[in-house]
Design a protein around this ligand. Structure first.
Ligand code: ZN
Length: 291
């Protein structure tokens, strides 16, 4: 089963909800970046939250960036998503190792204290940006806090990554539920009760629940209407042309130095770890295009 996102509304339009299965996204990130188990869980949760938040944007050209700046051993993470289910991301220290705490992967320990920055580029002059301090470093709570404090939207966010014994990704996914300001008190109480008694995301995914079933559990007792489904993918739009432009922009002097070294160079894309090589001959062509 491929990764996908579902969107739903419930109790009329009082509740809106989003869920995703992101197993392949997280496994792709793990393989590309050589992520350790704790880095897989940390970046996996951020990718899962990012692809959901990206899908909540209105326009095809909108771009969402989630950036974790932190003092813990993972050193920081960046995830970028569009509104079409494409997401990419990286961790500064992909091979960070930490012992589990209480039998669980210690994502909060990997992040340590820090900030979550949310940047939305919606084609306006200035991108929107909001920053919150990390509450727990477990990502889901941090995104919930961001919605409450920066967007004034009451939300519940659940994110989960479960690893196999061989350190591959067993399952990953998550949900975001948001309530409108005009929500009825009884509807809200029922929803809060549902969320209090909800199994964890990894328990739900591991027991075989699809994103739809997961939302039906979150929204148990309500009329749920599924309004949209779309595929979700780890996707990076880098290309040799883009890397060429980056090299050209560093200026004649630096390119000349690379040529003088007489060896081909390798440039890796941060987001997907794809390596692009440039021969001395190619560098000479770029030197001419540079200023
Ligand atoms: Zn790339």
């Amino acid at each position: 089963m491929k990764d996908y996102i579902v969107r739903a509304s419930a109790a009329g339009t009082q509740i809106r909800a989003f869920a995703v299965k992101s197993t392949e996204i997280v496994e792709t990130a793990r393989v590309r970046h050589g992520l350790s188990p704790v880095a897989s869980a940390a970046l996996g949760r951020l990718l899962t939250g990012g692809v959901l938040m990206g899908s909540m944007m209105k326009n095809e050209t909108d771009v969402l960036t989630l950036q974790v700046e932190c003092g813990g051993p993972i050193g920081g993470m960046t995830v970028t998503a569009d509104s079409l289910g494409n997401v990419k991301g990286y961790a500064v220290n992909p091979d960070v190792m930490l012992p589990p705490t209480k039998g669980k992967i210690d994502v909060g320990g990997a992040l340590g204290p820090g900030f979550l920055n949310v940047i939305k580029d919606m084609g306006l002059k200035e991108p929107y940006s909001g920053q919150v301090v990390l509450i727990s470093g477990e990502i889901a709570e941090d995104i919930t806090y961001y919605f409450a404090s920066s967007e004034q939207v009451n939300s519940s966010v659940g994110l989960g990554v479960l690893m196999n014994k061989d350190n591959t990704v067993r399952c990953a996914g998550g949900f975001i539920v948001q309530v409108m300001p005009f929500i009825d008190e009884e509807v809200l109480q029922k929803l809060e009760e549902n969320i209090r008694t909800l199994p964890t995301v990894t328990q739900m995914l591991d027991s075989g629940l699809t994103p739809e079933k997961m939302l039906e559990k979150v929204l148990e007792g309500f009329d749920v209407e599924f309004t949209d489904t779309m595929p979700a993918n780890f996707y990076c739009n880098c290309s040799k042309e883009r890397i060429e432009k980056a090299i050209i922009s560093i200026g004649k002097r630096d390119i000349q130095e690379m040529i003088n070294d007489g060896e081909e160079i390798e440039v890796k894309c941060h987001f997907c770890n794809t390596a692009y090589t440039f021969s001395v001959e190619e560098l000479k062509v770029l030197l001419k295009k540079s200023r």
